[in-house]
Design a protein around this ligand. Structure first.
Ligand SMILES: NC(=O)c1ccc[n+]([C@@H]2O[C@H](COP(=O)([O-])OP(=O)(O)OC[C@H]3O[C@@H](n4cnc5c(N)ncnc54)[C@H](OP(=O)(O)O)[C@@H]3O)[C@@H](O)[C@H]2O)c1
Length: 270
């Protein structure tokens, strides 16, 4: 995720690659992290003494797994900064699911901490990012953060308490959609189409439907009604999906993902 965020900024020349320091957990990850990045970018492992340099940087993007959060906190506490009172404070942007602004502020004193929730379509420049601001952020710092996520995503500025629901729809959503596409492909194979063709047709059906909904500003129910003709094939299939509880399963899935995100936040802050 960190690379998906940083790469387009380097491609656009927004930052000088010589000023970018990437940190990974293990030495063995360095080569793949450097892949596709300009040669001037330096990447080191967290064991390398150079990794401590990151705490002097005016802008940091934290993109480890939430379970690795405590190790990062330890790493900061072992670094003695002599400039805790600078203005504006250095920015720390966290994309960690479920780690609250309160936990970030406690873990990274002397920083202005921002929570960002991007999603995987950001990898192809079609993402969505939810941003929650802390109270102490300046207008210029907000501009810096927006500029970081704009090349890869549409930005939604939200109250922090809404980020769990945002994540349950947008960050987990690609997995729900992928599951539906995979299942539809299996259905086509079961109905007699070759696997490769079924895959291709399922992807095209997905992207074509998304474009149609967007470009004609259709409500999903309108599109469904357009496709389902009386006593036809689609309404027979829809009857089965209703009986199998597809809609209800998806509704509950989004609610569960939001609940889980809140639960993770409580576990980390307790
Ligand atoms: N993937 C998504 O769709 C998505 C969407 C929104 C938000 N997020 C959030 O983004 C974060 C990262 O997800 P990801 O999928 O990009 O995970 P990832 O591919 O596992 O990346 C995590 C990176 O952190 C490095 N790391 C581990 N320990 C470290 C340490 N002590 N110091 C510095 N670096 C360390 C890892 O290096 P090693 O591999 O060497 O350990 C790896 O490069 C998660 O918190 C997730 O909640 C992800």
């Amino acid at each position: 995720m960190a690379k998906a965020i940083v790469s387009p900024l380097l491609e656009r020349g927004e930052y000088n690659p010589q000023n970018v320091l990437g940190i990974v957990g293990r030495n063995s990850s360095i080569a793949s992290a450097l892949n596709d990045l300009p040669k001037e970018v330096k990447v080191v492992s967290s064991e390398d003494s150079l990794s401590k340099e990151v705490w002097k940087a005016p802008l940091k993007i934290l993109a480890v797994k939430p379970q690795q959060f405590s190790k990062i906190k330890e790493s900061l506490s072992s670094f003695q900064s002599n400039d805790q009172d600078q203005f504006p404070k250095p920015l720390l942007i966290s994309v960690l699911a479920g780690i609250t602004l309160k936990s970030l502020k406690k873990a990274f004193p002397g920083h202005t901490c921002v929570r960002a929730v991007p999603n995987t379509p950001s990898l192809v420049g079609q993402g969505l990012t939810g941003l929650a601001w802390p109270d102490d952020i300046t207008l210029d710092q907000k501009k810096v953060v927006r500029k970081i996520f704009e090349p890869i995503s549409e930005i939604y500025e939200l109250e922090e308490k809404k980020l769990d629901s945002f994540l349950a729809l947008t960050s987990s959503g690609p997995a729900y959609i992928a599951l539906v596409v995979e299942a539809m492909t299996d259905g086509a194979v079961a109905a007699g189409l070759p696997r490769h063709l079924s895959n291709q047709l399922a992807h095209k059906t997905l992207s074509g439907t998304a474009s149609l909904l967007r470009e004609k500003s259709l409500h999903p129910a309108e599109l469904k009604d357009m496709v389902a003709s009386p006593a036809g094939t689609t309404i027979s299939a829809l009857r089965h999906l209703e009986l199998a509880g597809l809609r209800s399963a998806l509704i509950e899935a989004v609610v569960l993902a939001a609940d889980k995100s809140r639960q993770l936040a409580e576990e980390v802050s307790s």
